[in-house]
Design a protein around this ligand. Structure first.
Ligand code: HEM
Ligand SMILES: [Cu+2]
Length: 552
């Protein structure tokens, strides 16, 4: 695509296989998850009845897990490994290469086991697997394998980074690699919560070794992980926005230091905030909820820093190319380049998506939208559009780069069409979800008329719009999966890895940003402040535990 092909080196094709393996699993998950999603919208609107005794909650569990956990995690690991390989020496160390394949093997074993349990109806507990809903122990074991696999892959990234630093004393680490390390550090700290929940609580309980489970504790451990999970999706998208997009538009990274600082802030403020998902829980005192909501709103700072820095890049780039006025830069953007267009639509949609998130995190407004389809509408904008479109946009150059192929004009065009289809589908589906949620329609429900209730009848037209949007989206899924396979058969050639460089006039990056011990300690400290006392209360409280329920 780009003529600017001087001073670049070829991607290591052995590492490329690793990347392709991850990306392929991600898109297979997207395909199966997409079929489930389409069926959900059909069932809810009363258009189809599920055949062969398939349960709605079976589908919904499969959808949530395949989309929110499998698609995202595999894509992220594939993408980050590509950048780590490319920027930290041009090749993974043999041991790191092996660690990554080992992580892949663990994750895939876990995914297959977990998905089989879901599809055979033994784990219809939704992707949040809230107790006291109980699944087969093998479902939880699958989850544990998936998490452990992702740890091993994360350790590989740390290893490569450490090696690079040792062999490049006094040099600034590449921005892409720095951001990958922060992302996996955050993941490492956050997944301790869900690992504890699964290993200490859910597995012994579902095997029947213990009779009851402490529900409040399990939910708290889940959300200790569940909120940072959304940042685990977002941070790789931010890597694309900060590091990749400037290169694609022919500009420069606005500020290397600002980008690093915003990632450090995300590390600090994405974990001690899980209670904002538990605002309606009776067993947590309002003081701790309040404290965690305050910490939640701190995430506004790195988010606005990111927005500022992106638009600064756009505007400076525009001015350098002669654009004038407040919005003159818009004209010089490469709208016809899918590598830019898809992530840009993701960024744009992140503006309303983020605003909706502020509503969800505010106690009083949360009371209105809690557990309604509004929430589902919200995360179909964030993860299923901002993040997903960014990942799609990455795919168009990543697969050619790591396989030694080129992005053809035809594929580029199909990519633009795919992006538009996705935005249109999501406009209808997510828009209808937001609106009907405000009228009180609950999420996570199969078809029902609530015994002919008039209020519920008024929701039906919105469900129909959801189904229309869902159908358009599903076409988008099919086209995307087609594109992935077509990219893997594209003509051989050399495609550039679009890696941005910082502006010459930017301030030098201060050394303290690379002070891992400081940032990890601060992060742990904030977590201890936010969680120690409420967790102690939950562990020592004398409220009775719950036995398991298998309702579907
Ligand atoms: C073809 C595209 C898609 C369609 C038609 C679709 C449709 C739906 C519908 C109708 C629901 C709500 C069902 C209910 O609450 O009863 C849902 C839930 C959900 N979707 Fe999607 N979706 C699509 C793509 C995605 C993507 C790409 C992601 C994430 C990357 C995603 C993540 C989720 C999650 C996490 C839930 C919540 C599951 C739960 O409540 O347990 N979806 N989807
Ligand atoms: Cu959250």
């Amino acid at each position: 695509m780009d003529l600017n092909r001087t001073n670049h080196h070829r991607f290591d094709l052995k590492d490329g296989k690793l990347v392709v393996a991850h990306i392929l699993v991600a898109f297979i998950a997207l395909l199966i998850g997409g079929i489930a999603g389409l069926l959900q919208t059909m069932v809810k609107s009363g258009t189809v009845k599920l055949p062969y005794g398939i349960g709605y909650y079976e589908l919904l569990t499969a959808h949530g897990i395949l989309m929110a956990i499998v698609f995202t995690t595999y894509f992220i690991i594939g993408f980050l490994y590509s950048g780590v390989s490319y920027t930290l020496g041009g090749k993974l160390l043999p041991i790191v290469h092996r660690m990554s394949w080992l992580g892949f093997a663990f994750m895939t074993a876990g995914t297959v086991l977990g998905v089989i349990m879901v599809l055979t109806g033994k784990a219809s507990v939704l992707y949040t697997f809230y107790a006291p809903l109980k699944a087969s122990p093998y479902f939880y074991i699958g989850l544990a394998l998936l998490v452990v696999g992702s740890w091993i892959s994360g350790w590989g990234i740390f290893w490569q980074y450490k090696y690079w630093k040792q062999t490049h004393q006094g040099k600034l680490t590449p921005l892409f690699a720095f951001m990958s390390v922060v992302t996996f550090l955050m993941w490492q700290i956050a997944t301790i919560g869900v690992a504890a929940e699964v290993l200490i609580q859910l597995i012994p309980w579902s095997f029947g070794w213990v009779e009851t489970i402490n529900v409040m504790l399990s939910r708290t451990l889940f959300w200790y992980f569940g909120h940072p999970l959304v940042y685990f999706w977002l941070m790789p998208a931010y890597i694309c926005w900060y590091v990749i997009i400037p290169k694609i538009i022919g500009g420069k990274i606005y500020s290397d230091a600002l980008a690093r600082l915003s990632f450090i802030l995300l590390l600090l403020f994405s974990i001690p905030v899980g209670f904002h998902h538990q605002l309606m829980e009776p067993g947590i005192s309002s003081f701790w909820k309040y404290l965690q909501v305050v910490l939640t709103f701190m995430v506004v700072i790195p988010s606005l820093m990111t927005a500022f820095s992106l638009f600064a890049t756009f505007e400076l780039n525009g001015r350098a190319k002669g654009a004038k006025g407040l919005f003159g830069w818009v004209k010089v953007m490469p709208w016809k380049d899918v590598r830019f267009f898809a992530p840009f639509m993701g960024m744009l949609i992140f503006i309303p998506a983020g605003a909706g998130g502020l509503i969800n995190a505010s106690n009083q407004m949360n009371a209105v939208v809690h557990n309604t389809l509004w929430v589902t509408g919200h995360f179909h904008l964030t993860v299923a559009t901002s993040v997903a479109l960014t990942f799609f946009g990455i795919t168009y150059w990543l697969l050619p780069v790591v396989t030694g192929r080129v992005l053809t004009p035809r594929m580029n065009k199909l990519g633009i069409i795919q992006t538009i289809i996705w935005c249109v589908g999501m406009f209808f589906m997510s828009g209808a979800m937001h609106l009907v949620g405000l009228f009180g329609a609950p999420r996570r429900t199969a078809f029902t008329t609530y015994e002919g209730n008039a209020d519920a009848a008024a929701w039906m037209p919105y469900y129909v719009f959801m189904a229309i949007g869902g159908t358009v989206l599903f076409i988008g899924v099919l086209l995307m999966v087609y594109n992935v396979f077509a990219l893997l058969r594209a003509p051989k050639g050399v495609e550039e890895y679009p890696l941005g460089e910082a502006m010459e006039s930017a301030e030098a990056t201060p050394a303290y940003l690379d002070h891992w011990r400081l940032w990890i300690s601060l992060s742990v400290l904030l977590i201890l402040v936010a969680y120690t006392i409420p967790l102690m209360d939950m562990i020592t409280s004398t409220t009775p535990g719950s036995k398991g329920f298998i309702t579907w």
